[in-house]
Structures are given as structure tokens and as C-alpha cells.
Design a protein around this ligand. Structure first.
Ligand SMILES: NC(=O)c1ccc[n+]([C@@H]2O[C@H](COP(=O)([O-])OP(=O)(O)OC[C@H]3O[C@@H](n4cnc5c(N)ncnc54)[C@H](O)[C@@H]3O)[C@@H](O)[C@H]2O)c1
Ligand SMILES: O=c1ccn([C@@H]2O[C@H](COP(=O)(O)OP(=O)(O)O[C@H]3O[C@H](CO)[C@H](O)[C@H](O)[C@H]3O)[C@@H](O)[C@H]2O)c(=O)[nH]1
Length: 334
């Protein structure tokens, strides 16, 4: 049994971070959160979890949290996540994602925190020439968001070589769904992710869904992605932490996906199936920079961690996303 060490979750009031807090708590790990609430919600952090409202670049605050909570591991989710915004305002991304993560890593090193887990992304691969994508596929990001994350991967690699810290970089594919118990979910207003948008449309919060591109090199012409349930992803973080603790000399970089692709039309069909209704689909031109298909090769994570996904089913992902969308309407009084 792994000794359960206190974990600091950055961005723990956000979509994926709040699921990681629940996964840690459910598995009995002491956990604390730092979040500046730019896109996160205070209510998304469970009662009883020490919450520090602040910025990951605030070294004094971090030193205090590390000492007060006896932190031995950082799970780092805090960041800016909107790809088109990273194209129009690249320096925001190099600041919030890269420079501030440098400050966070420095604070962790200064406090002697031995383990660090980082939210990386399939966006670091850009438009890969192979499918499925292995971790050794060349990383050629096509936007500042992906580049800001790749730079963090390099910082972690070099820091772990020079200091007593090991790290795990998890490259997420398309994260979707919500906590099966309905405790948290994707709550950002104006979100652009397909399953979130389709859920809003199904509940009448939007007129319909635009299908961005019908001439991709895929079976039905629409973009294919590897959708992973956020709770399976959160559990992968807990298992990765156990691995880092058990193997202090090892660092890891792993894709997080199911290795199974669905087209935009297949996702919309799933939403229609689950709601027994039809959302309005508008066929639109491609969005700039969208690859045809992005599917993970997940052999490494499966070989390294005892990770057995529980929710690898598109209809289940959609069902959980819709349940949360309804609850969010109640929370917001919509
Ligand atoms: N959602 C996806 O499909 C996806 C895919 C790949 C990688 N990721 C990565 O996962 C992480 C979490 O993404 P998410 O979808 O939960 O986004 P999110 O916006 O819901 O969560 C980010 C959280 O970080 C906080 N935050 C941002 N900057 C901060 C700062 N400087 N200091 C303190 N707190 C700060 C926000 O308030 C928010 O609560 C991000 O690093 C993102 O790049 C997400
Ligand atoms: O309203 C919409 C929204 C999306 N799509 C399509 O649906 C697919 C998925 O799009 P998302 O916007 O949901 O996700 P992306 O694949 O563009 O990108 C997401 O996954 C990437 C990794 O794969 C990065 O992590 C990135 O941050 C994250 O937004 C794409 O083919 C897109 O063109 C539509 O047709 N209509």
C-alpha cells in the first residue's frame, strides 16, 4: 500500500482539477487546492478541502501552503486552455502556462517537494503524421497553447534531472463527461468543446451545433477524436502519483485516451440517442488548425499503471455530461 502523502492540486476549482480532487479524496489522500478562480468556481472544491485563493506564481503563498499542509506532491492543472485565444494573445499563454509554471516548479524545488504531475495535452503533437499517436511521435505544436505546454514538459524533464524530484506529464486527448455522482462537471460559460456544446444544445441552451468541416480524410468526413471520461482521467492521475512514489528515480510521459476515435457526427448521434431527440446540426466550414483525426496509442499507460478505465463508452460519457449540464442549470438558476 502506498503511503498517502499530502497533495496540492493547482487549478482544483476548474473542470479537470475538481475531478482530481474528488478522486484523491475518494481514495483517502490528504489534498489542498490553490486556484485564482479566473475560470474556476469556489463551489467546485468540496467542503473540508483546504482552499487557497491565489496565483501559482505567488512564491510566498506557495511556501506557506507547502509548509502548512506538509505537501509532498503537486498535481498541476492551473492554466489557460482556449486554443484560439492563444493564437490572438500568445504572451498570455507563455505567461500563465509557461512562466508561472516555472515559478511553481521553483517553489516546489525550494520546498523539497519530491513529486510533480502535469496536465499536458495532445495539442503538443500538432498535426501528427501517424495514427494512433504514440508518445514518441514528434511534437510539433501548431499553436501557442500547445507550445506553452511543451515548454513545460522540457522544464520538468530538466528539473527532474537536476533536483530530487520526479514527474509525470500526462498528455490528455479530448476530455469529456462529468463525475458520475454529479458532484462536479464542466461549468465554464462559453465553452467550445464538442460534447459540452452538444449538451447545451440538447437542453435548449443553444440553438444547435455547428459541424466544423465535412471534408476531412475520415470515414464520414467529419473530425475524429479520442474522447476520455474525465473521471477515468482523474483516476489515472492518482495511479501516476502512486507510481512516482514507488519509483522515485523514474519520470513518466504518457498519453491519456482510450485509443478509440469517434467522428463529430457519431458524437451527435450519441447525444440524440441518449436524449431521444434530435439536435439541430449545421454543416459549417472547417475551423482553422483542426487535424482530421487524433487518436491516442495508450499502450504505455496501460503497461505502466494498473489503469482500467471504467467509463470508456461514448453514450455513458454523453449521459454524464448531460446530467451535469442539467444540474448546472439548477445551480445557476437557468
Ligand atoms: N479540457 C481539456 O480537454 C484539456 C485537454 C488537454 C489538457 N488540458 C489541461 O488540463 C488543465 C485543466 O484544464 P480544464 O479544462 O480543467 O480548465 P479550467 O479552466 O476549467 O481549469 C483551470 C483552473 O486553473 C485556474 N487557474 C488558471 N490560471 C491560474 C493561475 N495562474 N493560478 C491559479 N489558478 C489558475 C482556473 O481558475 C481554473 O480553475 C489545463 O492545464 C489544460 O491545459 C485540458
Ligand atoms: O461546436 C463544435 C465544436 C467542435 N467541433 C469538432 O469536434 C471535434 C472536437 O473539437 P473540440 O473543440 O471539442 O476539441 P479539440 O479536438 O479541438 O481540442 C481539445 O483537445 C485537444 C487535444 O486533443 C487539446 O487538448 C485542446 O485543448 C482541446 O480543446 C473537432 O473535430 C471539432 O472541429 C464541431 O464540429 N463543432
Amino acid at each position: 500500500m502506498t503511503t498517502k502523502l499530502p497533495v496540492l492540486v493547482t487549478g482544483g476549482a476548474g473542470y479537470i482539477g475538481s475531478h482530481a480532487v474528488l478522486a484523491l479524496q475518494d481514495a483517502g489522500w490528504p489534498v489542498a487546492v490553490i486556484d485564482n478562480l479566473v475560470t474556476g468556481f469556489r463551489w467546485a472544491v468540496p467542503e473540508g478541502v483546504p482552499f487557497y485563493q491565489g496565483d501559482i506564481e505567488d512564491g510566498d503563498l506557495l511556501a506557506r501552503i507547502f509548509a502548512e499542509q506538509g505537501i509532498r506532491a503537486v498535481m498541476h492543472f492551473a492554466g489557460s486552455v482556449v486554443v484560439p485565444e492563444s493564437v490572438s494573445d500568445p504572451l498570455k499563454y507563455y505567461h500563465n502556462n509557461t512562466a508561472k509554471t516555472r515559478a511553481l516548479i521553483a517553489a516546489a524545488v525550494a520546498a523539497g517537494v519530491p513529486h510533480f504531475i502535469f496536465s499536458s495535452t495532445a495539442a503538443t503533437y500538432g498535426i501528427p503524421e501517424v495514427s494512433p499517436v504514440t508518445e514518441d511521435t514528434p511534437q510539433r505544436p501548431i499553436n501557442p497553447y500547445g507550445m506553452s505546454k511543451l515548454m513545460t514538459e522540457f522544464m520538468l524533464r530538466d528539473t527532474a534531472a537536476a533536483h530530487p524530484m520526479n514527474f509525470c506529464a500526462l498528455r490528455y486527448f479530448n476530455v469529456a463527461g462529468a463525475d458520475p455522482q454529479g458532484r462536479t462537471g464542466q461549468s465554464t460559460a462559453g465553452a467550445t468543446h464538442l460534447i459540452k456544446v452538444a449538451g447545451e444544445a440538447a437542453l435548449g441552451k443553444r440553438a444547435g451545433v455547428e459541424v466544423f468541416g465535412t471534408d476531412f480524410d475520415t470515414p464520414d468526413g467529419t473530425g475524429v477524436r479520442d474522447y476520455i471520461h474525465v473521471s477515468d482521467l482523474a483516476n489515472a492521475h492518482v495511479l501516476a502519483l502512486e507510481h512516482l512514489i514507488a519509483h522515485p528515480a523514474d519520470s513518466l510521459t504518457m498519453n491519456c485516451g482510450y485509443g478509440q476515435g469517434y467522428s463529430v457526427l457519431e458524437v451527435l448521434d450519441a447525444v440524440d440517442r441518449v436524449t431521444n431527440n434530435k439536435i439541430v446540426r449545421t454543416l459549417s466550414p472547417r475551423r482553422a488548425g483542426d487535424p482530421d483525426s487524433l487518436i491516442s496509442d495508450n499502450r504505455r499507460i496501460k503497461a505502466t499503471l494498473p489503469w482500467v478505465p471504467k467509463f470508456a463508452d461514448l453514450d455513458l460519457i454523453v449521459r454524464h455530461a448531460l446530467s451535469w449540464e442539467r444540474k448546472l442549470g439548477e445551480i445557476r438558476g437557468e
